[in-house]
Design a protein around this ligand. Structure first.
Ligand code: GLU
Length: 478
């Protein structure tokens, strides 16, 4: 049987980093087996689902290169892939189960359910449906429905025994059936709940492996029950550990950015983020950390997904981003920097700047901060920082004057400037660094920059001399 896997996000809010994480394992598994990876949009929660969220899911998966073989925007043989377009499919399945005696109509009112919940809570019992309609003679319930009472369909869940199933990551998982509620399958408006729609669709779409976040594991007994009563073959279950905040709690936006938009807007490279997500759940042989999706495909199996809850470590992500940033050609990096301020700037200048900052970029959005002085007419600096702790204003002014003097007639190359400035330092009997720092601050406004003379070469003679002169004058007018 060909491997068919899917992700089934609900389009609410921003696209979540956990969706990309689970998508990566599903897609890699499909590709390794020559199978298909599907995207299904689970939008049956009409109050929370919205088209903008759905659009962002498509867009962010494409940004990450986590493309799918079938989905709402690409089509496929088992569509539609949006549950809101499949609503006509679900009721007949729920009614079939009623006929088989595996599900039942329930006409309990919200008030009654609330009273049951309160009584259970007072008795310190877990809240669950008390089986009222399950135990009524069906003719009685039918009479209520015929008289116009709103109804739902509930799944009959056993009250005793255990549900045992094998999970690829966790081994044998056991739930007591009496902990599992008589789940509503079809709501009073005729729309399905997550459980019904998810199982029906996984079956109709030929899903062979359900690889999803571990938070769904407690739903799995209900799903197993549904497969059983429908008489369908269940998929292989594989619950992937959740990404965690540093304190080990489930990743949350209060403690960690969770929106894929945020990572894109910061300027993380998609290939770095994907590699980082792979690292969170899977270990390559020999501890290899930087690898491509194609390399991962060769080694990955779902049995090898790590069972421990991986901590989403931003420092590690920054490191990974750096690895990928350094690997890009200067030309490619310049292109990626386009949306981060490089577009619209003189392309020839950008081309000269990029090699200077390539090692210093943490994320693409550092571009503006790291390079503003190349593009500005003048720069600002704090005279106190310019002078430094070990020097005086007069001494610093005289160093800058000496620098201007030699640079005026210097060939404008980094090597020539470096030589001349070192001679100045020697003649003044100071360390080169004590000369370079005030020059750096005068020319760039910053204490940390790419190598000084290379930077000056790119800024250009006229601007550099003007900035040095302006700084000198501020310290010692005249
Ligand atoms: N709609 C669920 C979600 O939002 C799908 C869970 C599953 O993969 O079964 O993640």
């Amino acid at each position: 049987m060909p491997v068919r896997v899917r992700i089934a996000p609900s389009p609410t809010g921003d696209p979540h980093v956990g969706t990309a994480y689970v998508a990566l394992f599903n897609r890699t598994w499909a590709r390794r087996n020559g199978g298909q990876f599907l995207l299904r949009i689970e939008d049956t929660d009409r109050a929370r689902s919205n088209p903008e969220s759905e659009r962002m899911i498509f867009e962010s998966l494409k940004w990450l290169g986590l493309t799918y073989d079938e989905g709402p925007d690409v089509g496929g043989p088992t569509g539609p892939y949006r549950q809101s377009e499949r609503v006509s499919i679900y009721p007949k399945h729920a009614k079939d189960l009623v006929e088989k005696g595996a599900a039942y109509y329930c006409t309990c009112t919200a008030d009654r359910l609330e009273a049951v919940r309160k009584a259970q809570s007072a008795a310190k019992l877990a809240p669950r449906y008390d089986g009222h309609c399950r135990n009524l003679p069906p003719a009685e319930v039918k009479k209520q429905i015929d008289a116009g009472a709103p109804w739902v369909i509930r799944l009959k869940v056993a009250n005793e025994g255990e549900c045992r199933f094998k999970d690829v990551v966790r081994g044998e998982v056991v739930f007591a059936w009496d902990q599992i509620d008589d789940q509503i399958l079809l709501k009073s408006d005729g729309w399905p709940t997550y459980h019904l729609a998810n199982v029906v669709d996984d079956h109709l779409m030929g899903i062979t492996h359900v690889i999803r976040a571990e938070e769904w594991i407690s739903s799995t007994p209900k799903h197993i029950k549904l497969y059983e009563v429908f008489g369908w073959e269940p998929p292989v279950w594989c619950h992937v550990p959740l990404l965690r905040n540093k304190d080990k709690s489930k990743i949350s936006k209060r403690k960690n950015p969770t929106s894929l938009n945020w990572y894109r807007d910061q300027g993380y490279l998609p290939e770095a983020l994907v590699n980082f997500l792979g690292l969170m759940g899977f270990s390559m042989p020999a501890g290899l950390e930087v690898y491509s999706p194609a390399e991962m495909e060769k080694e990955f199996t779902i049995e090898k997904i790590n069972a421990g809850g991986p901590v989403f470590d931003m420092q590690k992500l920054d490191w990974m981003n750096g690895q990928y940033m350094r690997k890009l050609s200067a030309e490619e990096l310049a292109k990626r920097l386009g949306p981060f301020g490089a577009a619209g700037k003189d392309p020839a200048l950008v081309k000269r700047i990029v090699p200077l900052i390539q090692d210093r970029l943490r994320v693409l959005s550092d571009f503006g901060e790291l390079t503003s002085f190349f593009f500005a007419e003048t720069v600002e600096h704090d005279p106190a920082v310019l002078v430094g702790k070990k020097s005086t204003a007069a001494e610093t002014a005289s160093l800058l004057a000496a620098a201007v003097e030699v640079l005026k007639s210097c060939e404008w190359t980094a090597a020539a400037m470096e030589g001349k400035l070192r001679e100045v330092a020697t003649s003044k009997n100071i360390k080169p660094g004590d000369l370079f720092m005030p020059i750096r601050i005068a020319v760039t406004g910053k204490a940390a920059t790419p190598p000084l003379t290379e930077t000056m070469e790119v800024i250009g003679k006229e601007k550099c001399l003007a900035r040095l002169e302006a700084a000198r004058k501020r310290l010692s007018p005249g």
